[in-house]
Design a binder for this molecule. Sequence first.
Ligand SMILES: *Cc1c(COP(=O)(O)O)cnc(C)c1O
Length: 345
Amino acid sequence: MEVIVMSKNIDWDNLGFGYVETDYRYLTTYKDGKWDEGGLITDANVVLNECAGVFQYAQTVFEGLKAYYTKDGHIVCFRPDLNAVRLNQSCERLVMPTLPEGRFLEAVKEVVKANKDFVPPYGHGASLYIRPYMMGTNSVIGVKPADEYQFRVFTTPVGPYFKGGAKPIKIRITDFDRAAPHGTGHIKAGLNYAMSLYAITDAHEKGYAENMYLDAATRTYVEETGGANFIFITKDGKLVTPKSDSILPSITRRSLMYVAEHYLGMTVENRPVHKDELKDFAEIGLCGTAAVISPVGQIDTPEGTINVPAGMDDMGPITKKLYDTLLGIQHGEIEAPEGWVVKIC
Ligand SMILES: *Cc1c(COP(=O)(O)O)cnc(C)c1O
């Protein structure tokens, strides 16, 4: 079967991880206690009152997922149902209305189809990043949730997160607190990110790619970075992931745990990870939608530098196996568990 891909005139091989405006975005409005029918629009700008809840009390949440071509010419996305569930968990925490799961999936499909020509062709390591988000839109000056909301989805084509392959990065344990005043566990919201901007800027200035946050109460257990969960490989080949109520439940991390157990026959442990254990792991990585896995080669801690045995040149062998297997599943080269790869068109 010959597949004709009508892609935009974009230099797919040199696309970075940035924003490129596409033709369509999705909008549905919540008013008088219900969502309207919603649909596609073309204007990329959002015009709101100066007193909108999103501006004054940061009432906004978001999600992130990718659409991409499989080898046989379909556009698919990866486990979007989990993004729909997580969006609603974030909404509940910020006292925003939830969106029926079916409507989330419908909106994602509709906006990807409409921007089909921006989906990078197969084989460039690029994808169409999808950004669903919701915000309070009516004026609120007393501290309270808004009554009106917009749920929107825009897309932007992105290149591979790491050009020329995933090189191990150097990170540090940070003493900065990323938590907003009332705690931000389990939600994907702009305020988590705003609270981590100071720490990440400081890290970059000092030569680190990321911060490792420890638990806020005791500064003893490993949490996550500003935007990715951790995975650890022990010297006897187990996958260990930190268990904590204040980290974001990464879909990539949950998928890797499944892949490790069911595809690679590894033992998987989801448990608290003490910072003193860090020196004993054979391989360390960060995981999230954007990069899938980025290997960590070095960690600076208050007690000294930890050189991860996997080194600073390449991904460790088990990390690589996890990475290749998950990528193979996402791209239709390895059979996926039921429901993981969702066809858009
Ligand atoms: C998005 C995000 C992750 C990664 O989650 P995925 O679902 O794998 O993309 C991890 N931590 C934080 C704080 C995030 O915002």
